[in-house]
Design a protein around this ligand. Sequence first.
Ligand code: NAP
Length: 246
Amino acid sequence: MNQQTGKVAIVTGASRGIGAAIARRLAADGHIVIVNYAGSAAAAEDLVRTIEAGSGRAITAQADVSDAGAVARLFDSAEAAFGGVDILVNNAGIMKLAPIAESDDALFDSQIAINLRGTFNTLREAGNRLRDGGRIINFSTSVVGLRLKNYGVYAATKAAAETLTAIMSKEMRGRSITVNAIAPGPTATALFLDGKSPELIDRMAKMNPLERLGTPEDIAAAVSFLVGPDGGWINGQVLRANGGMI
Ligand code: NAP
């Protein structure tokens, strides 16, 4: 556990997977963490207890990021508890795969709602409420570069997140707020593993020269760098954290 920084970090989708690893890492770095979740209340509360057991500071906050009012209340609760917000990690996301010709409206609408509108909702709130000197991390995917079949709608929502990143970094001029995106490659979480055969998982794990899947902790380390003191000169960039896959 590092010294407390006094910085307050909202991590969206922090109940499971990469978001939970980010919450643990940022708390270990000394930041106060708001563990946002949509439905997994018990997992989020367990995570807060684990962070507190390690002398970190965290609270849970339920909010569906696709709901603008809920996102405003998420920021309200962080400000009420800790006086302000310094770091936003826009990690919440879903992935539904199908060829474009076979993608139904629900597949399209749900990913637009959570991955794109959700990112927009939190960015808008952060643009108005983050304290000067803050940091914003959006989540893309290396599939934006790889352009794999079946990932059309998902990758399109993440390409949009990359564009929002670049433009918002310019709009934060004068406030010392950096805006970057992380684009993981295949990472061992439910989002990647569910519904894939062991053979496919093995094949995708070997697409990078390090020949393994990423871990949530690998991605959390990249977030830690970008929101920490050593990442301050990186702004408006997309960091592909994928073992060298692309
Ligand atoms: P995951 O294991 O499926 O976890 C997703 C998290 O997002 C959960 O905590 C979930 O909370 C939350 N969430 C889902 N819908 C939400 C909503 N409407 N509002 C708030 N939270 C919501 O996914 P992951 O693999 O950790 O992915 C995290 C991010 O990395 C995503 O943006 C994903 O696109 C990106 N990514 C992942 C990979 C990969 O291989 N895993 C690769 C590239 C990019 P509840 O449990 O409470 O619903």
